[in-house]
Design a protein around this ligand. Structure first.
Ligand code: PEP
Ligand code: MG
Length: 555
């Protein structure tokens, strides 16, 4: 009898194969007794850190995937962080052997990152990875890592570290399952960019035996033990459909009867822009905060102008929607002193930082305007976390005053969605941020994997709220796009088109499948599917009834 182990969808697609578990980290650190010679102990710790740093740098240099290379190089820097070294040295001087000193120092750093929440908390897993490698080096054990196998396999791990994902060979690793980690973990991001089906946060996967055949269903977020022949056939059919769809997917977004739905990319800077320029109609979300993160001070207007210009130039005359600085919550900025907050996701974030430092937004708009003027690109600007119609009007006026003629807002706070009819009268466009809109409408922290059912974009409350926004946009004759992760779901994209969304912006890796899905349906089909989603009273039912009616082998 097939047995389903529940997890969370990490990357789309389904695949069958035998399981191989990752080599586990060393747990036995030895006795916590004072070392005979603290100097020798310190040198051992330094050698181990250097070994791990060099290994990570080497893997970064060898990585062919740019996301992986960047993550690895950032990890290599973490391994030699001077503050971390000071903690290790203090612990050894305090009487601990190197294995314990390293573990203690990394743990205290990890607590700091976790307390920061969001993006920083996700990086805490990186520290675990570096620590386990350093400890393995200290005790002379093999480094934890990928299993060797002569046949393709399904990899099961606690959570994959970037150093491991960099060495994933997609021809050998058929699917990925992690026991921990959420849909925004590295594993999920890398699995999506390598097009490997993945299920994350599947605690039951620990009980699967080595070599046991399973099915990984990344669409539904389940792992199936003892799959029956019917399921295996279904998996093969879905894999074939996906391969065909990807092969034939090119050009602008269109339904089968020619209704245009723009397909744009979400980018964070020039490297993403270079990757996505070939296969997208432009950029629907340029997350400018990456230029501002990890800095001691605000980048100058000149530096900003250059960074924006580089992205604009990669897209020529196409559209690029620049989102102004979205700092705060999971993206804290050192130089923008926002103070301590009990609930940063509900605090001074996004456009609200303007209440504290209005000058930062003014300089950013100036830099965008200068870069736009010097390029051919169709530049639009929008502000994140707009809550009231007044804020929307104020931002649009600021942008227009700067000479930026297309100014809109992200709709990601339910208050603005509810007043979308009034907001539509004062902006040039809407872009719906379903990641935040989901978290705020369901009151579920988007970084908590255990709440992923509430955060599911198929939740009827979210779908109905999107309809309120698209109805308002249609009445005011302004475009409404979606730039949250939901835009990259090939089934949900049909629902969004049916609701009247005019363009979809997503991670570049999601574009081909969304394009293929649109091309197989008329706009009337999409409207019918939207009606099904709107009238479902449960998120799983919404997804399954749309999947069935769409006649796509995607669940
Ligand atoms: C969103 O909230 O949906 C969005 C696109 O913005 P971010 O994920 O950067 O908050
Ligand atoms: Mg957002």
């Amino acid at each position: 009898m097939p047995e389903e182990l529940a997890g969370v969808p990490g990357a789309p697609g389904a695949v069958a194969g035998p399981v191989r578990h990752m080599t586990d980290a060393v747990n036995d650190l030895g006795p916590a007794e004072p070392p005979e010679d603290p100097e020798v102990e310190l040198q051992a710790a330094r050698d181990a850190l250097t070994e791990v740093e060099m290994l990570l740098e080497k893997r970064s240099a060898e990585a062919t995937n740019k996301d992986v290379a960047e993550i690895l190089s950032a990890q290599a820097m973490m391994a030699t962080d001077p503050a971390l070294w000071d903690k290790i040295a203090a612990a050894v001087s305090g009487g601990l052997p190197a294995t314990h000193a390293v573990t203690q120092a990394f743990e205290s750093f990890k607590t700091l990152l976790e307390a920061a929440g969001g993006y920083m908390a996700e990086r805490a897993a990186d520290l675990d990875d570096i620590r386990t490698r350093v400890v393995a080096s200290l005790v002379g054990s093999p480094m934890p890592g990928l299993p060797e196998s002569s046949e393709p396999f399904i990899l099961v791990a606690k959570d994959l570290a970037p150093a491991d994902t960099s060495r994933l060979d997609p021809s050998m690793v058929l699917g990925l399952v992690t026991r921990e980690g959420g849909p925004t973990s590295h594993t999920a991001i890398i699995a999506r960019s390598l097009a490997i089906p993945a299920v994350v946060s599947c605690s039951g996967a620990a009980g699967i035996s080595e070599g046991e055949p399973v099915v990984v269903d990344g669409d539904r977020g389940v792992v199936v033990r003892s799959p029956d022949p019917g399921l295996l056939e279904d998996v093969a059919r879905r894999a074939e459909w996906m391969a065909n769809a990807l092969r034939s997917s090119t050009g602008p977004g269109r339904t089968s009867d020619g209704h245009a739905v723009g397909l744009l990319a979400n980018v964070g800077g020039i490297k993403d822009a270079e990757v996505s320029a070939a296969d997208s109609e432009g950029v629907g979300l340029f997350r400018t905060e990456f230029l501002f993160l990890d800095r001691a001070e605000e980048p100058s207007v000149d530096e900003q102008e250059q960074a924006y210009r580089a992205v604009f130039d990669a897209f020529g005359e196409r559209k690029v929607v620049v989102r102004t600085l979205d700092a705060g919550a999971d993206k804290p900025l050192r130089w923008l002193d926002l103070g301590e907050e009990m609930n940063p996701a509900l605090g001074v974030r996004g456009v609200r930082t303007q209440r504290v430092r209005a000058d930062v937004l003014e300089r950013q708009l100036e830099a965008v305007q200068r870069a736009a003027k010097a390029s051919e690109t169709d530049v639009w600007v929008m502000a994140p976390m707009i809550t009231t119609v007044g804020e929307a009007a104020e931002f649009v006026a600021m942008a227009h005053d700067q000479g930026l003629s297309r100014a809109g807002v992200m709709v990601e706070v339910p208050a603005l969605a509810v007043c979308a009819d009034d907001a539509a009268e004062v902006v040039d466009f809407f872009s719906i941020g379903t990641n935040d809109l989901s978290q705020y409408v369901t009151a579920a922290d988007r970084t908590i994997g255990a709440l992923s059912d509430l955060l599911d974009h198929w939740q009827p409350a979210l779908v109905r709220l999107i309809r309120t926004i698209t109805d308002a946009a249609r009445s005011a004759s302004i475009p409404a796009s979606v730039c949250g992760e939901s835009a990259g779901d090939p089934l949900f994209a049909l629902v969004l088109a049916g609701l009247g969304i005019t363009s979809l912006s997503m991670a570049p890796a999601s574009l081909p499948l969304v394009r293929a899905s649109l091309a197989r349906h008329t706009i009337d089909d999409c409207r019918r599917l939207a009606e099904l989603a709107l009238t479902s009273d449960d998120h799983q039912l919404a997804r399954s009834s749309v999947a069935e009616a769409a006649h796509l082998p995607i669940r």
